[in-house]
Structures are given as structure tokens and as C-alpha cells.
Design a protein around this ligand. Structure first.
Ligand code: SN0
Length: 314
């Protein structure tokens, strides 16, 4: 594997999930693989889990890690052929090549604008880095996907799954802000590519891009969707159709214990950060239903499986 930006970069999902589970049992087994190799992590947006778990993963592989908050550097210009007489001091052509002199692998977090659908869904900034970088690129959540999260989610489901063919539900939940579709797109794409059944439930107007959800069942009745579910993956997202807009804030869509009781003793999953008593009732997070800390823990081993794979190809 060279770049890791989506499930489509992965040769075998099954093997990568297995690798994550194996690394969890023996995280320091490949401590010499990354020796004298440097991972540079670039953050255009906030991060807690991704930043720490990816660093931890790299350290477990013996790598050096440098983290840079891109809001503290020069403002980058991504457009070709422009006259650079605005507030943007450095072009991506120089910036990506310069960073490549210091890094063996580059990780990038870049959220969507939620205003320019075309540019966001072309994953403009991530692809500009890929175009001009001289080293492999790992997505730390791009405008439209969060593949390290999705891989950790598949590791978590594999670990906690009681049945061979689980019923997986992706549920929209209310939120005060307009959030990206990235986590949901990515989760759907990985689950469906892994051959699992997926039901997506949301109010009308929150249909995700079909490019990510082809093969999923759409159910507008949330309680119906929850019946017999083995995993309830919850996430807020803003509208894809009325791009970046909040189409509903219906409080009735919050995940409650009564709703979780409809499931097959299912697990409540969320990528975090999560807003208690807005997205999900606090008592669900404090109950046996919650798998969110397992998910966060597995972020390390998912990132480690990916970095190991890339290091082996260098
Ligand atoms: C981001 C998102 O893509 O939805 C990152 C998730 C890993 N989430 C947020 O920005 C939530 C921020 C908030 O205000 O609750």
C-alpha cells in the first residue's frame, strides 16, 4: 500500500482487520520496522484521538513523529496558476515537496468547507497533497472520508461481534452544528465493501451520497431500524443534498436507552467526540451498550496496521 485514503487503497479488508487485532495482542512486535523513519502529521483542524492514536501507533513501530498544526504555519495556496498577491504565502507545490524532505510518510487532516460541494467531494486538498508529495500520504480524515476511524470500527465489530452476519445500523442523530458527512460516508463504504448488511436511518433530507451507500437499506423509521440490531453506529451529519445545511434538529432522533433496548443487545458505537444528551443520552454512554472506548482504543491498532503496511512497501 502506498497511500491510505479510502477502503479502495486496501488489498484485503479482512487481512488488515486481522492485522489490527494481532497488533493489539503484541503492539511492540515490530518495534524496529520504523526505526529512523519519520511520520509528519499535519492538522488543518482539531483532533484528539487521531492525533494521539496515530502518534502512539508510530511510536509502537519505532518511528519518529513530528506534528504540525497547519493553522500555525503559512497560509497555503492550492490553486494552480494564480498570482499570489493575497494572504496565502506558500504554494502547495513547494510546501508538499518541502515536507517530503523531512518525512517518510505524511498524515493530513483536512475537513470539508461544507460550502463548495464539488471541491469537497473531489477531496481537493488531500488530492493536492497526493499530487505534489514525494512520500506516501495517510488521510487523518479528509473532506469526505475518515478511513482510519472506519478501520478501527471494523476491528471493534470483529472483536465484539457475536454473530457471523451482524445487523449493522447507521443512525443519524441531532447536533447543534453542521458537521461533515465524512465519518458516515466512510463507515458505510467500509461496512458495505466488507460484505456486511447495512441499514441507514435518518430523517428525510439527510440522504448520503449514493457513491458511498450503494447496497445499503434506507429506513426512515428509526425504531424500526433498531429492531434486532447488533451494532448501532451513531453520527450526526449535515445534508448532502442541501449541501452543508441542517435539515432537521428533531430531538426525537437522540439515541436513548429505550431505543437501545429494541436491539439484539446491540453495541452503541460513535467515533467521538460526542455531545451527551444531544446526540445520545448520557446513560447509554455509561451503560454496557457503549463500545466507544473500545473504538478509541482500537484507533491505535488500526493506524499501526496501516503504517506497518506502508513501511513494508517503502
Ligand atoms: C468531526 C466530524 O467529522 O463530524 C470529527 C469527528 C471525528 N466532528 C466534529 O467536528 C464535532 C464537533 C462538535 O462541535 O461537536
Amino acid at each position: 500500500m502506498r497511500n491510505f485514503t479510502s477502503v479502495h487503497d486496501v488489498k484485503s479488508i479482512k487481512d488488515l482487520v486481522k492485522e489490527g487485532i494481532k497488533l493489539k495482542k503484541n503492539p511492540l512486535k515490530y518495534k524496529s520496522l520504523g526505526q529512523d523513519k519519520t511520520l509528519v502529521l499535519l492538522f488543518f483542524n482539531p483532533s484528539l484521538r487521531t492525533r494521539l492514536s496515530t502518534q502512539k501507533a508510530a511510536l509502537n513501530l519505532g518511528m519518529n513523529v513530528i506534528v504540525m498544526n497547519m493553522t500555525e504555519g503559512w497560509n497555503l495556496e492550492f490553486e494552480d496558476g494564480v498570482t499570489m498577491n493575497t494572504d496565502k504565502a506558500e504554494h502547495i507545490k513547494e510546501a508538499a515537496k518541502v515536507i517530503s524532505q523531512y518525512a517518510d510518510i505524511i498524515g493530513i487532516r483536512t475537513f470539508p468547507s461544507l460550502t463548495d460541494k464539488k471541491k469537497d467531494y473531489a477531496d481537493f486538498i488531500l488530492n493536492k497533497f497526493i499530487e505534489h508529495s514525494e512520500v506516501p500520504i495517510v488521510s487523518l480524515e479528509s473532506a469526505i472520508r475518515h478511513p482510519l476511524q472506519s478501520l478501527a470500527d471494523l476491528v471493534t465489530m470483529k472483536e465484539l461481534g457475536k454473530v457471523k452476519k451482524p445487523k449493522v445500523v447507521l443512525s443519524w442523530a441531532p447536533h447543534p452544528r453542521a458537521l461533515p458527512q465524512a465519518v458516515s460516508n466512510s463507515f458505510a463504504e467500509w461496512v458495505l465493501n466488507a460484505g456486511m448488511d447495512l441499514t441507514i436511518t435518518h430523517p428525510k433530507g439527510y440522504e448520503l451520497s449514493k457513491a458511498f451507500t450503494k447496497g445499503a437499506t434506507i429506513e426512515y423509521d428509526q425504531e424500526k431500524a433498531f429492531k434486532g440490531a447488533d451494532f448501532v453506529y451513531t453520527k450526526n451529519w449535515s445534508s448532502f443534498k442541501k449541501y452543508g445545511k441542517i435539515a432537521s434538529t428533531d430531538k426525537n432522533w437522540m439515541i436513548t436507552k429505550a431505543k437501545m433496548d429494541l436491539t439484539n443487545n446491540g453495541k452503541f458505537m460513535h467515533c467521538l467526540p460526542v455531545r451527551r444528551n444531544v446526540v445520545v443520552a448520557g446513560d447509554v454512554l455509561d451503560s454496557k451498550y457503549a463500545a466507544v472506548i473500545n473504538q478509541a482504543n482500537n484507533r491505535t491498532y488500526a493506524a499501526q496496521a496501516v503504517l506497518k503496511n506502508i513501511l513494508e512497501s517503502l
